[in-house]
Design a protein around this ligand. Structure first.
Ligand code: F6P
Ligand code: MG
Length: 295
């Protein structure tokens, strides 16, 4: 637990400030989307086209999170290297997850992960994670101490507890998988066939991980952005997407995997490294692992 000498504040207090700051930024990020839906000239370090809103959200979060005491560095999907912001925990952010949904005006999110170790940190050093979902209302799923709570964020950026100790429903009903179907490895394709032949399961895929993961948190099921034949490491990034979402889902009683082990136990060496991602009910993630174990 969070033992600390007198006078040195606990990680819990710093995490509280980080979560509060992300919640306060959410209405401002949302308001800033208007007029920032076009691409800018730059690509992010993963080679994706940046939208003006990606850059806006990144700069806002870097300034606000970086100025908090107890935050030692800020890294994001939108910048190559971490920014040194003092001493303390290390914060990784996907400022606008699913920003390709800006054009069709569909769901997006913001993801934040807090690591004790310096960056790039492994999943085992994550101590808290949260995501904001910009849906019909703004909500935030926040996990620490292996517990996940869901909040509604009001227009002033204040969080109101909606669901205490969120638990993924036992009887899963939805699934969503990214990547082009012809690019799916055969073993994964066979697994999806078994999911689709189950009459209780239906497809929900929206193209923004946070929107799709929140469907799983709400209804139970499985989300994946798999290893592809053309991209064996998949699309999603460990530090900014896989570790925090894996931590949030596991803290709600679900499971996460890269195809063979929990996302939280995979090792990375590069800040922007990618990994296949599968999250959802334990039973489904176990089935997935059994199906793809011998690639
Ligand atoms: O951050 C990457 C991301 O936008 C995720 O939010 C989402 O799950 C995925 O890419 C969507 O990719 P695709 O456009 O290939 O479905
Ligand atoms: Mg993303």
């Amino acid at each position: 637990m969070d033992e600390h000498p007198p006078g040195i504040e606990s990680n819990r207090e710093v995490i509280g400030r980080i979560f509060t700051t992300v919640a306060e930024a959410a209405p401002d990020i949302r308001a800033g989307l208007v007029g920032r839906r076009d691409a800018v000239a730059e690509e992010n370090p993963s080679g994706e086209t940046q939208k003006a809103a990606d850059v806006y959200a990144d700069e806002m979060l870097c300034e606000r999170l970086g100025s908090l005491s107890g935050v030692g560095s800020y890294a994001s999907e939108e910048r190559s290297d971490p920014v040194d912001t003092g001493s303390g925990v290390n914060v990784c952010v996907d400022p606008l997850d699913g920003s390709s949904n800006l054009e069709p005006n569909a769901t997006m999110g913001t993801i934040v992960a807090v690591y004790e170790d310096s960056l790039p940190a492994s999943g085992e050093s994550i101590i808290a994670a949260a995501y904001v979902l910009y849906g019909p209302i703004t909500t935030m799923m926040a996990a620490e101490d292996d517990t996940t709570h869901e909040y509604r964020i009001d227009s002033s950026g204040v969080g109101h507890l909606m669901n205490e100790a969120v638990s993924i429903p036992d009887d899963p009903t939805v699934y969503g998988f990214g990547g082009r179907v012809p690019d799916w490895p055969t073993a994964f394709h066979s697994f999806v066939d078994t999911i689709e032949s189950d009459n209780s399961m239906k497809l929900r895929y929206g193209g923004a991980m946070i929107g799709d993961v929140n469907q799983i948190m709400t209804y139970g099921g499985i989300f994946g952005y798999p290893a592809l034949n053309s991209a064996p490491d998949g699309k999603l990034r460990a530090e900014f997407e896989a570790y925090p979402v894996g931590y949030i889902v596991e803290s709600a009683g679900g499971a996460s995997s890269d195809g063979s082990q929990s996302l939280l136990t995979i090792d990375i060496t590069e800040l922007h490294e990618r990994t296949p991602v599968y999250v959802g009910n334990k039973s489904l993630v176990q089935k997935l692992q059994a199906a793809v174990a011998h690639w």
